[in-house]
Write a protein that binds this ligand. Structure first.
Ligand SMILES: [Zn+2]
Length: 277
């Protein structure tokens, strides 16, 4: 996961969709006021034209990659995932989240149905991040652990929840992890530096998947090679352009190289690929 700069598209496809989503959200709220468990949510949130032109687009804000794990969407059966789950909520261990009514009785959380069509709650996701896998309990699914007070209806403040899973658009994942770049270290593993980083790592299984570890190690290798080329005048311009692309999120494994760029270069001056070479 990397930070995504989401500049709102100013296209007819996007604007019409957002307008319809707002109107239909009012319908969801009206249904939920009567019975939050029988709200009907349709496929408006994953309208094909919006998926293709924004959420899944190579030229879009997510650069054709999964918002959670950075793999290419095209080859991983992509879908639109709800950051706050639309129907039912579980904690990080897949236990159903219950809420308490005014009379003290408990019932299961109905899900954040009123956010089902809200673009701020929608993220492009690969199949490994949004579905149960045989490899273990990895993936987002209905999991949404929080540290604060759970919102249970549209009028409840979302800010009070304190989500423990990072949001790539509204959080800076780069500030929640580091990577071991010591000579004998394993640079394919993310090391969380905050509680939210730790929870995000656990829920998404970012260190458990061998494909992600390979992407990360490969990106770091590319970074090191390009950094070394910066010292050669004839290669400098091309290397700098490629280095910039690598950190801009043009390929998988970007989080590791952004951390490398931001944190390691200044603190470890003597490396084969350091600025001293
Ligand atoms: Zn993914």
């Amino acid at each position: 996961m990397i930070h995504i700069v989401f500049d709102l598209p100013n296209t007819t496809v996007w604007n019409d969709w957002v307008e319809e989503c707002a109107r239909r959200t009012e319908e969801l709220k009206a249904q939920g006021a009567k019975d939050p468990y029988s709200v009907v949510i349709d496929d408006l949130y994953k309208r094909d034209s919006v998926r293709k032109s924004v959420f899944f687009a190579l030229t879009g804000p997510f650069k054709g990659k999964c918002a959670f794990c950075e793999v290419w969407l095209e080859s991983h059966f992509p879908d639109i995932e709800h950051y706050r789950p639309k129907k039912g909520v579980t904690d990080e261990n897949d236990n159903v989240v219950e809420i308490q009514d005014d009379d003290g009785s408990t019932r299961k959380h109905p899900g954040y149905y009123w956010l089902a069509y809200d673009w701020k709650n929608l993220l492009p996701s690969c199949n490994k991040c949004n579905r149960p896998t045989a490899e273990g309990k990895m993936g987002k699914r209905n999991r949404f652990p929080i540290a604060g007070t759970r919102a249970t209806k549209p009028s409840d403040p979302l800010k009070a929840e304190g989500p423990q899973i990072l949001h790539p658009v509204f959080d800076r994942p780069e500030n929640h992890f580091t990577v071991n770049f010591e000579e004998d270290g394993d640079d394919s593993l993310l090391i969380p530096t905050t509680d939210d980083g730790r929870m995000t790592l656990k829920v998404l299984g970012l260190n458990k998947r061998s494909d992600l570890r390979e992407h990360r190690a490969s990106a770091v290798l590319k970074f090191q090679a390009l950094w070394a080329l910066l010292a050669r005048p004839k290669d400098r311009e091309e290397a700098h352009r490629k280095l910039k692309n690598l950190c801009d999120g043009a390929g998988p494994g970007t989080l590791a190289v952004r951390i490398l760029y931001d944190q390691i270069i200044d603190s470890i001056p003597v490396r084969p690929w350091s600025r001293d070479c």
